[in-house]
Write a protein of this length. Structure first.
Length: 160
């Protein structure tokens, strides 16, 4: 039997990733312009849900926050940069947030977050869940004067 996995992703997630990759030279088409701000990848490995986020040049103690609530993992990052040269200064500032739905069985009390080399890695433990499929009987409307159960039996295949 085939087991289906629930995939809860933003409706336009792949579109924004494509725009971010293909049109990197167009500032209006980057993920920051759409309020996403940083790229993430998600996968399941060794019984844990893993989220990797590209956050180069940040101080994780001051600029990165990770929250989990009601099955949603949220990463907030804040980038501040200021340059002062002779007679001139320039600054960049931005706040970026990404939220992802955790998979079924995710344990919100078993989460770790590490930051190294500009990559944030968040791991969430997953309890394996076995959901058995159950058969749902299909019925047809009863013919006039015939009870609904009799109509269903009449249309059931032989041997059931």
């Amino acid at each position: 039997m085939i087991t289906l996995a629930r995939r809860e992703r933003p409706v336009f997630g792949e579109l924004f990733d494509w725009l971010d990759t293909e049109f990197r030279l167009l500032p209006a088409a980057t993920s920051a312009a759409f309020g996403r701000g940083f790229r993430v990848e998600e996968f399941v490995e060794d019984g844990s849900y893993v989220l990797r986020a590209e956050l180069p040049g940040l101080d994780p103690a001051k600029d990165v926050e990770v929250f989990v609530s009601d099955g949603v993992l949220t990463v907030n990052a804040e980038r501040r940069e200021e340059r002062k040269e002779s007679g001139r200064s320039e600054f960049h500032y931005g706040v970026f947030t990404r939220s992802v739905a955790l998979p079924a069985g995710a344990r919100e009390d078993d989460i770790t977050a590490t930051y190294a080399d500009g990559i944030l890695i968040v791991k969430v433990g997953i309890t394996p869940t076995q959901v058995e499929a159950r058969r749902v009987p299909v019925t047809t409307p009863a013919a006039e004067g015939e009870p609904a159960a009799a109509a269903a039996e009449a249309t059931a295949p032989a041997g059931d």
